[in-house]
Design a protein around this ligand. Structure first.
Ligand code: 4AD
Length: 488
């Protein structure tokens, strides 16, 4: 009896050994009645198996059975490893299995709703194939998401979710090594944690409640509970009606909260070191996955500096203003990547407002040209555009001790120093139109001694999307939830 072997481990050194493998039948090719080739895939590695009728070992009945297997069925194959005369096309392993036994463990339906070969092609390959007159169905995003269990089997999608897993583990590892404690805060809470209308409301045994829009209030309360430095990886719910390429109704939040001694710069220092370590680790340890993603969705590796660039919001505004002024002077339209005319789309620059998406993108381009980085921090935002719990700047309360972080011109993080003085917090909540009664337990936590503190929240799906230069967050969410989708 053969030994269980991973397809990845099937190499020439195993020649003449009997092995047992389990995988999916990726391709089945009958050759007459006495022979069939079955390519078996396991974890992205593939091996060609030859089922050939032979007097004592393999019956023609068995060849017929193999030829009739449906694609993507799960099969066990026992056979002898051999080295073929010519290199094998269409398989990662350069050995062949001479099949002796073959079992179908789980049969897939004969016709799959998605052709996985088509689903794995890049845009360039699709164009070429269409021009060559090939019959090909472009698999659109909705179809992919409707049949996600099939769609995620493509090499690019396998790569995306392995990269996502690595982002989570790099985040956890770094923070644990810096003495942070991993916490788990409730997702069923009494009031909104971020304010605004984007709250899923529900009935909690007769009491009004919401799904947490972030762990914000409870991570701060954990700091009042003396943990010093905490982090959480967990679901975040936003009932927003945003039909964009970067908004989901449920995403995974990577949250951090920590005591600070003097300055919110201490929080930005953690962002800086954490993300440089994470990007380095992705580049070193996820080469194969990054390559798989790039084959289908070509992208340039992220440009980042050893020490992350920090600009103030005012400096950012100034860069945008100068750029727009020059464009006007030479009567040039600012054009974004897709060729939209930015002047018409409207970069809105308000000294005490927020940057709109176009302005963020444009600033990203300007920063890349001037500083050679696609990853940077913009800090000291106007107070008016930040949540009620944000600490105003001591020298000018029109600004705040807060920051956003960008990859390729799009936001992945927002963070800040928080107000830790309960009376002032009450004032700020009321000024921002929040019913203080609904967050009284949170405000009360600061009445028993609360250290100055700050933190930040990262959107996991956005990090993966932007690191890999992808164009839609639905590609980096395993089972995305958006305003139009709650299944599968
Ligand atoms: O900017 P947000 O709303 O900030 C907070 O939740 C704060 N409590 C964080 C803090 O500690 N101050 O969300 C943080 C990050 C964003 O930068 C973005 O990456 C992601 O979460 N995010 C979303 N991702 C997908 N879909 C959405 N609807 C998102 N909203 C925010």
């Amino acid at each position: 009896v053969g030994e269980w072997t991973r397809v990845e481990a099937l190499v020439a050194a195993l020649e003449n050994r009997t092995v047992l493998i389990r995988g999916r039948a990726q391709a089945i090719r009958p050759v007459g009645k006495k022979m069939a080739f079955v390519v078996i895939r396991e974890n992205g590695f593939t091996v060609q198996c030859l089922v050939q009728a032979q007097p004592d070992t393999v019956s023609t009945q068995m060849v017929k059975f193999a030829a009739a297997l449906s694609r993507e069925s799960i099969v066990d194959v026992e056979g002898i490893v051999s080295i073929p005369a010519a290199p094998i096309k269409g398989a990662t392993q350069q050995v062949e299995i001479q099949v002796r036994k073959l079992y179908c463990v789980s049969r897939a339906v004969p016709t799959l709703p998605i052709n996985l070969e088509d689903a794995a092609r890049s845009e360039v390959e699709i164009e070429k194939a269409l021009q060559a007159g090939e019959q090909l169905v472009r698999v659109n995003q909705d179809t992919r998401l409707n049949f996600r269990v099939l769609d995620v089997r493509t090499p690019a999608n396998q790569g995306i979710f392995r990269i996502q897993s690595h982002v989570g583990s790099a985040f956890r590892q770094f923070l644990l090594s810096e003495n942070f404690v991993e916490i788990h805060t409730p997702k069923l809470i009494a009031g909104s944690s971020e304010g605004g209308a984007s709250v899923f409301r529900l009935d909690y045994k007769g009491q009004p409640a919401c799904l947490a829009q972030s762990p914000q209030l409870h991570k701060q309360m954990s700091i009042c509970g003396d943990f010093g430095r905490v982090f959480e990886i967990g679901p975040v719910f936003r009932a927003e009606d945003s039909y964009t390429h970067r908004h989901l109704c449920e995403f995974t939040g990577l949250d951090v909260e920590m005591e600070i001694k003097k300055h919110y710069f201490e929080v930005m220092d953690i962002v800086d070191r954490l993300f440089v370590a994470m990007f380095d680790s992705l580049n070193q340890n996820c080469k194969k996955d990054l390559e798989a993603v790039g084959c289908q969705y070509p992208f340039e590796p992220l440009k980042y500096l050893r020490q992350t660039l920090r600009l103030t919001y005012e400096e950012g505004i100034q860069m945008l203003k100068v750029c727009l002024k020059i464009c006007k002077l030479i009567n040039l339209q600012v054009v974004d990547k897709k060729g939209d005319r930015m002047m018409d789309v409207g970069i809105e620059i308000e000294p005490f407002g927020d940057l709109n998406t176009e302005a963020e993108r444009k600033l990203g381009q300007l920063v890349l040209e001037k500083y050679g980085t696609e990853f940077y921090i913009l800090h000291r935002y106007p107070l008016a555009v930040r949540p009620f719990y944000t600490m105003p700047c001591y020298d000018n309360p029109a600004y705040s001790n807060s920051f956003d972080v960008f990859i390729r011109g799009e936001e992945i993080i927002s963070g800040a120093q928080r107000v830790h003085v309960p009376e002032f917090l009450e004032q700020r909540a009321a000024a921002c139109g929040i019913d203080v009664k609904t967050i009284s337990a949170y405000i009360d936590s600061f009445r028993y001694g609360a250290p100055p503190h700050g933190g930040f929240g990262v959107g996991l799906e956005r990090v993966v999307m932007l690191f890999c230069g992808l164009n839609n967050i639905r590609k980096t969410s395993l089972f995305p939830r958006d305003p139009l989708r709650i299944a599968p």
